[in-house]
Each structure stands twice: as C-alpha cells, then as structure tokens.
Ligand binder design. Structure first.
Ligand code: NAD
Ligand code: TYD
Length: 356
C-alpha cells in the first residue's frame, strides 16, 4: 500500500483517482481537510476497498507513524500543503505550519518507520515529495528555463515554505539515507481545481457574469501542465527515479496570463456563448498587482524525459479544452464548493471515520 498525503486536494484527488484506475494498488489517503480538501472529489471511491481515507495532519508524527506501521506502507507521496500564493501573502503562518513544520513531522515519522524496516523493504521504500517550480524564483524574459541545478530564490511565503520543505527532504536523504525523490512542477490545471486559482476562477467567474481579475499587466508568464500529466510524471518518478534525485516537471508551455484568460474566454464563447452574443473577454478587469509577483517561470523538463522517458501527453490546446468541458459538465461541483456545501457531505459521510 502507498500513503498519499493531501489526497483530497486538487492534484492529490487526480493522483488518487488515476492511481486506483491505472495501478490498482491500495491507497491510504491522509488529509487534514482544510478549505482546499474536498472528499466529495473521491465519492466514486467511497465503496472501493483500494482507497482508505483518514482525516489528520501530516505534522502529527504519532498518527503518521501508526498509519505507516499498521498498513505496511511501501511508499509515501507527499502532496499535503498550503498551496495558494495570495493566501500566503495574507496569512503566512499556516504555510510555515504545514509546509515546513508539518513536513518535518512527516519526515520524522517516516524516518523512524523506515529505519526499523527489514533490509529488503528498507531498500525498496520511497518518500516522494511533490514540490513546485516557484522555489527557483523569477526568470528574466530571455533567461534559460529552470534546470534542477538552478539556485533556490523563493520570493513568496508560499515558495519560501516549499523551498524549506525541499531542503528538509534533501537533508533527510543526505544525513539519514532516507530514500527520497523530489519533483518540482510548474502550474497545473484540470478537473477539481479549486476556483481560487487563475484558470478555474476565470471559468467560474465568466459563467457567473463576474469580472475576470487580471493582476497588473497580465504579462506574467507561467508554464502550464495538465494535471493528468503531472500525475503520470509522479508515478514514473516513484517507479524508476534515482534515490536522492530531483526532477523538474513541466509542459513546455509558457504563456502570459492574459493569453490564458483569452483562451478560456474563446472556449467559453464557443461552448457556452453569452446571452448577449458578446465575448467573455468583455469581463476582463485589470486589478492591482500581487505584491512581489514573480514575472516568469519556465521549466526545463529534459532530465525526466532523458532519464525516465516521461513526456506530457497533453498539449495546452487539448488540456484546456478538457478542463473547460469538465467545468461546464460539473456546475454542481462548482456550486457546492462555492457554497461550502461539500463540508456538509463531509461530516455526513466521514464523521464516523476518525483517525485510525
Ligand atoms: P491543494 O491546496 O488543492 O490541496 C492541498 C491538500 O492538502 C488539501 O486537500 C488540504 O486539505 C491538504 N492539507 C493541507 N494541510 C495539511 C496538513 N497539515 N496535513 C494534511 N493535509 C493537509 O493543493 P494542490 O494544488 O493539489 O497541490 C498539491 C501539492 O503540489 C502541493 O504540495 C503544492 O505545493 C504542489 N504543487 C502544486 C502545483 C499547482 O499548480 N497546483 C504545482 C506544483 C506543485
Ligand atoms: P495562481 O493560479 O494563483 O498560481 P501561482 O501564483 O502559483 O502561479 O496564479 C497564476 C498566475 O495568474 C499568477 O501570475 C497570478 C495570476 N492571477 C491573476 O492574474 N488573477 C487572479 O485572479 C489569480 C488568482 C491569479
């Protein structure tokens, strides 16, 4: 069995669903269920013995230690984090608590468990830490994309807290020999993305007739990767990655924010035209920039392709089309997330499932 942390969030949900469908090995899912965790995403697995959910904190070493031992876990994939840059600007404390102190608690529990395993299981064990390209800081327009050798220059409380967690993971390998793997991925998009992040926010605001808030001049550049491709990269690294290695994961798909917003509008114009016949681009509204806003991220994903043969399957055109279609087909999910109704479902279904 593998232990996935943060498996009720955006990427964790996609990972768990894909893992059960494609690999079929049982998954133990440990998630604190912050505002970003939504168990309704995993309702299709409610009666599936291959998925077991436990509500709890990665920083609770006693709980994690018990879960690892009782379930003979062979690998941990750590998604759990506070993940939204704007929230980290308004309230950094939770980011330090989960991303730094929480990861530390998780590593301590894993180190104790792994250290006591018999030799064969010890050698096969893996701890995969899911991180971000934001730890590398911001690139000038003509600078080469981030390689795994790029120095860490985090600029937001979010990226600084992720950088700290990456350093802890590295140190646990270097000092204790813990068999770790780290992936640094660019911006994901796709189904189940919480509508506080750029792409889902633009889709739901457009459909609701609300403004589409573009920070600053909208010329900040991100590399965008379809979430299913991120999940396949993580599976590949878990399966064949070199112990102690770092792999950058990206979509070879750099685009300015304004182009992303215009693409979303064009797809909505095609699939769900506005009643007045005008384009959704009419709703674009420029707003005050994010403090310390990184200008450009770009990922050089050649190492994972060269060493592990991984490449994204989706182009931006195919991925964004699937994403817009998913949001159009799942208006109920959006409404329940926006109203907070998914929390009712949560207490209804899971209040009798306390931490094991
Ligand atoms: P998310 O915010 O959607 O989900 C995070 C999940 O972690 C939620 O289910 C939340 O309940 C859970 N969680 C938070 N604190 C916890 C704690 N203390 N203990 C247990 N669970 C806790 O985030 P996401 O977008 O799915 O990102 C997942 C991971 O991938 C994060 O580590 C993030 O840094 C990384 N990442 C995200 C992106 C992206 O574009 N979203 C890109 C690269 C890397
Ligand atoms: P976001 O989805 O928050 O991801 P990150 O900050 O981790 O890259 O934002 C993506 C980009 O979109 C980023 O440059 C900030 C910008 N942005 C807006 O212009 N308007 C918005 O309402 C949001 C949420 C983001």
């Amino acid at each position: 069995m593998i232990l996935v942390t943060g498996g009720a969030g955006f990427i964790g949900t996609n990972f768990v669903l894909d893992w059960v469908a494609k690999i079929g090995e049982p998954v133990l899912n440990l998630d604190k269920l912050t505002y970003a965790g939504n168990l309704e995403n995993l309702a299709s697995l409610a009666d599936d013995a291959r998925h077991r959910f436990v509500q709890g904190d990665i920083g609770d070493s006693a709980l994690v230690g018990r879960l690892l031992a009782e379930n003979a876990v062979r690998a941990v994939v750590n998604f759990a984090a506070e993940s939204h840059v704007d929230r980290s600007i308004h309230g950094p404390a939770a980011f330090i608590e989960t991303n730094v102190v929480g990861t530390f608690g998780l590593l301590e529990a894993v180190r104790a468990y792994w250290g006591a395993l018999p030799a064969e299981r010890k050698a096969a064990f893996r701890f995969l830490h899911v991180s971000t390209d934001e730890v590398y800081g911001s690139l000038d327009p003509q600078a080469p994309a981030f390689t795994e050798q790029h120095r860490y220059e985090p600029n937001s409380p979010y990226s600084a807290s992720k950088a700290a967690s990456d350093h802890l993971v590295r140190a646990y390998h270097h000092t204790y020999g813990l068999p770790v793997l780290t992936t640094n991925c660019s911006n994901n998009y796709g189904p189940f993305h919480f509508p506080e992040k750029l792409i889902p926010l633009m889709i739901v605001n457009a459909l609701a007739g609300k403004p589409l808030p573009v920070y600053g001049d909208g010329q900040q550049i991100r590399d965008w990767l379809y979430v299913g491709d991120h999940c396949s990269a993580i599976r590949r690294v878990l399966e064949a990655g070199g112990v102690g290695e770092v792999y950058n994961v990206g979509g070879w798909n750099e685009k300015p924010n304004l182009e992303i917003v215009r693409t979303v509008c064009a797809l909505l114009d095609e699939k769900r035209p506005r009643a007045d016949g005008k384009s959704y681009t009419e709703q674009i509204a420029y707003v005050t920039d994010r403090p310390g806003h990184d200008r450009r991220y770009a990922i050089d994903a050649r190492k994972i392709e060269r060493e592990l043969g991984w490449k994204p399957a989706e182009t931006f055109d195919t991925g964004i089309r699937k994403t817009v279609e998913w949001y159009l087909a799942n208006a109920d999910w959006v409404a329940r997330v926006q109203s907070g109704a998914y929390r009712e479902w949560l207490s209804k279904n899971y209040s009798e499932r306390p931490a094991a």
